[in-house]
Design a binder for this molecule. Structure first.
Ligand code: CDP
Length: 237
């Protein structure tokens, strides 16, 4: 049965464990994992490096659009770390883009249409051969509206803030719990209310609230769903 490769779209709120889940799913199926949020974070880092946030006011979208011509993103596999790493103009930025400073500005950058156009184009190219799990905010609604399997993941704000706080502390990065929680709230608000590609559940996405679930339980849930989707797709062939 079902050896055909599909696209799995995993959207949802900030910090509900999408990337951990997506990585596990990709490993299980032998698929590529693609973190679309990392790309918006890298553009944000480029804007910060260019000094565009220095006076604390948000830079005008035209300045960000002009900057895009000087932003080159590349994904490269690092066999030693067994992960795919994002390069911004040939600099590996996997760790830098997870800082609280980047988190504070990223939703502003991600609301700019010119930024989204460029990122979506790159994401579609990466998914052209299928066999990918991509996580983000608009993967099932905009990037791959025809994805065969769409999951919309969420969890309570407290659970999400706790998970992100622990993750930052474990990585040795500076963070206060209250700041982490308010950043998540702010990002969810901006991401859900922007005009271009707002965060919302696609009509054909399946909702999963993982507040009280272990990763193991989430994988059992996923495997059931995957089997159903693949069987239905095989029946159609
Ligand atoms: O911190 P978390 O893992 O929840 O977020 P992320 O996936 O790294 O995404 C960071 C930010 O990028 C989000 O808050 C959105 O503003 C933006 N984003 C987006 O607009 N569209 C996507 N497909 C992915 C991320």
């Amino acid at each position: 049965m079902g050896q055909q490769k599909i696209i799995i779209a995993l959207d949802g709120h900030s910090s509900c464990g999408k990337s951990t889940y997506a990585k596990l799913i990709a490993a299980e199926l032998g698929y590529a994992y693609i973190d679309s949020g990392a790309m918006y974070r890298a553009v944000t880092l480029a804007a910060m490096d260019a000094g565009l946030f220095d006076d604390n006011a948000a830079p005008p979208p035209e300045k960000i659009e002009a900057l895009l011509d000087h932003v080159e993103l590349k994904l490269k596999h690092n066999p030693a770390k067994r992960r795919t790493e994002l390069f911004l103009n040939d600099r590996m930025v996997e760790d830098l883009i997870r800082s609280m400073e980047v988190s504070a500005h990223v939703s502003y950058i991600a609301a700019i249409s010119a930024v989204r156009r460029k990122m979506v184009e790159y994401q579609r190219m990466l998914g052209a051969e299928k066999g990918v799990v991509m996580d983000g905010r608009d993967i099932g609604t905009v990037v791959f509206p025809d994805a065969e399997l769409k999951i919309f993941l969420t969890a309570s704000l407290e659970v999400r803030a706790g998970r992100r706080y622990r993750e930052l502390i474990e990585k040795g990065m500076a963070a206060e719990f209250a700041d982490v929680q308010s950043n998540l709230e702010k990002r969810d608000h901006i991401d859900s209310n922007r005009d271009d590609s707002p965060l919302k559940q696609a009509d054909d996405a399946i909702l999963l609230d993982n507040s009280e679930m272990t990763l193991e339980q989430q994988m059992i849930w996923f495997n059931n769903l995957y089997r159903q989707v693949i069987t239905a797709a095989d029946d159609k062939d």
